[in-house]
Design a protein around this ligand. Structure first.
Ligand code: TYD
Length: 213
C-alpha cells in the first residue's frame, strides 16, 4: 500500500506516456479523469488532452471544429500535428522529464483515425507527425458509433456524423488488429468500464520500465 503522498517514484526523465483514444461521446474524457484520480493515489499524474490548450490547439477549437467553412482536410491535419508539437514541448515532455505518468486524452491515433477517414493517406499523416513522441501505450475505448451518437447531448462537431464515426472506428480497429492500440470495451456502465480500464492499465504498468506496482 502507498499513501497519497508517497507516490511511486518513476525516475526523473523516465515518465510514462499513456494515451486514451475513442470516438466522440465514447466516454473517454470521463474515463481518463476517473483513471487519473485512481492512479494518483500511487503515481504522480499529468492529465492532458488534444486538441491542447496551447495556441494552436485553441485555434483548432475555435476555428476548425464547429465552423461551417472548414479548412481543407490536409490543413486540418497539419494544424493537429502542429498542436501536437507545441503540446509535446510545453506540456508532455516537461511532465515526462519530471517522471510523471502522463495521461493524454487523444493523440496521434486521432489524426490517423479522423483525418485518415476523411481521405488522407495514413503514411502522410504519420510523416507530418514524425517528430511526435511515441506513447508507451495507447488504449482504444470501443463503443459502437450508434451508441456514441445517442450519448452526445452537446452540439455536435463536424466530426460527429454516424457515417464519419463508423469510418473513424474502422481505422482505430485496424490499429487494434496490428497490436498498436489496446482495446477496452467502453459499451458498459461507467463504473464497470472504469474498473476494467484500471485493471488493464495496472497490468500494462507492471512491466513498464522495470516498474512494479
Ligand atoms: P474531443 O476529444 O471531442 O474534444 P472535446 O471533448 O474537448 O470537444 O476532440 C475534438 C474533436 O477533434 C474530435 O471530434 C476529434 C477531433 N480530432 C481530430 O480530428 N484529429 C486529431 O488529431 C485530434 C487530436 C482531434
Amino acid at each position: 500500500m502507498y499513501s497519497a503522498d508517497v507516490k511511486l517514484s518513476i525516475m526523473v526523465g523516465n515518465g510514462i506516456f499513456m494515451v486514451i483514444e475513442g470516438l466522440d461521446g465514447s466516454g473517454k474524457t470521463t474515463q481518463a479523469k476517473i483513471l487519473a484520480q485512481r492512479l494518483s493515489e500511487t503515481y504522480s499524474i499529468y492529465l492532458t488532452a488534444e486538441p491542447s490548450r496551447g495556441r494552436v490547439g485553441t485555434f483548432i477549437r475555435e476555428h476548425c471544429l464547429y465552423d461551417q467553412l472548414r479548412l481543407p482536410t490536409e490543413a486540418e491535419a497539419l494544424l493537429f500535428a502542429a498542436d501536437r508539437i507545441e503540446h509535446m514541448q510545453t506540456e508532455l515532455k516537461p511532465a515526462l522529464d519530471q517522471g510523471k505518468l502522463v495521461i493524454c486524452d487523444r493523440y496521434l491515433y486521432s489524426s490517423l483515425a479522423y483525418q485518415g477517414s476523411s481521405g488522407l493517406n495514413l503514411e502522410w499523416i504519420k510523416s507530418i507527425n514524425a517528430y511526435a513522441m511515441q506513447p508507451d501505450f495507447s488504449i482504444f475505448l470501443d463503443v459502437p458509433p450508434e451508441h456514441v451518437l445517442e450519448r452526445l447531448h452537446r452540439r455536435r462537431s463536424v466530426m460527429e456524423t454516424l457515417e464519419m464515426q463508423r469510418k473513424v472506428r474502422e481505422v482505430y480497429l485496424k490499429f487494434v488488429e496490428k497490436g498498436e492500440l489496446i482495446v477496452v470495451d467502453g459499451d458498459k456502465p461507467r463504473e464497470i468500464v472504469a474498473d476494467e480500464l484500471y485493471t488493464k492499465i495496472l497490468d500494462l504498468l507492471r512491466p513498464v520500465k522495470g516498474y512494479v506496482s
